[in-house]
Design a protein around this ligand. Structure first.
Ligand code: UDP
Length: 236
């Protein structure tokens, strides 16, 4: 096992099945739970930061007339819905979990308290962070970088639709090639879309390596944990 304490960033869209009109595809949630079980058995400590893009994004709302700040809070609430969906799927598999939110909503989740989060992880519970950073004008990528820094994670695993960072969009450009490894500086100067600059910068300052990997590859997360080089490693 290459990493012990991980923060996994899953976008809201990754949980979605547009063809079936589902915001939360039970098969995808079950796939996550099955891999988490293996990773916990390997001895990993797992924290999750989930996005909200399958339900609401502040910027998209602003385009349609919602005030940006209000829209961002709506987006943060969307991440809490997703956090609860993941919690439910993990509990169905007998995995112990806690949802912790950056905006207090004590009837449904614990407030985020760093020391408590670390204690949960040490006890083998999966901690799911909801409500992003709790602040508008941020993203859940930044929330993932922030939480990874706060809890002293060994890695930030960023799940995407492709198996790493490419020179160009591999979906539209067949000449695009994948980086096995790339520096934070290079990722920043190339303005790579895979994560926002704030998230890259925070990881760079706090020495948190980022692995960008294919969420839909069978056992992809388990392989990253085991040290496979199938994704892209972002480091100094
Ligand atoms: N958001 C926010 N502050 C945060 C995290 C998220 O305001 O710290 C809002 C923002 O409007 C964002 C939405 O929540 O568009 C959903 O998060 P994100 O777009 O990062 O989700 P993803 O694309 O990963 O599904």
């Amino acid at each position: 096992m290459k990493y012990k304490r991980i923060v996994l960033k899953i976008s809201g869209e990754a949980l979605q099945n547009k063809a079936k009109g589902l915001n939360h595809d039970p098969d995808i949630l079950a796939m996550v739970a099955a891999q988490f079980k293996q990773m916990l058995d390997m001895g990993a400590e797992i924290a999750v930061v989930v996005g909200g893009g399958n339900i609401f994004r502040g910027l998209a709302g602003a385009d349609k007339g919602t005030d940006r700040t209000t829209g961002d809070y709506m987006g943060m609430l969307a991440t809490v819905i997703n956090a609860m969906a993941i919690q439910n799927a993990l509990e169905n598999e007998g995995i112990q979990t806690r949802v912790m939110t950056a905006i207090a909503m004590p009837a449904i989740a614990e407030p985020f308290i760093r020391r408590k989060a670390v204690r949960h992880l040490e006890k083998g519970r999966v901690v799911i962070f909801g409500a992003g950073t709790g602040n508008p004008y941020f993203t859940t990528d930044s929330a993932a970088a922030l939480r990874a820094s706060e809890i002293g994670a060994d890695v930030l695993m960023k799940a995407t639709k492709v198996d790493g960072i490419y020179t160009a969009d591999p979906v539209t450009d067949p000449t695009a090639t994948r980086f096995e490894q790339i520096s934070y500086q290079n990722a920043l100067s190339r303005q790579l879309k895979v994560m926002d600059a704030a998230a890259f910068s925070l990881c760079m300052e706090n020495d948190i390596p980022i692995v960008v990997f294919d969420f839909f590859k069978e056992n992809g997360m388990v392989e990253v944990l085991a040290g496979s080089d199938s994704g892209t490693l972002v480091t100094h």
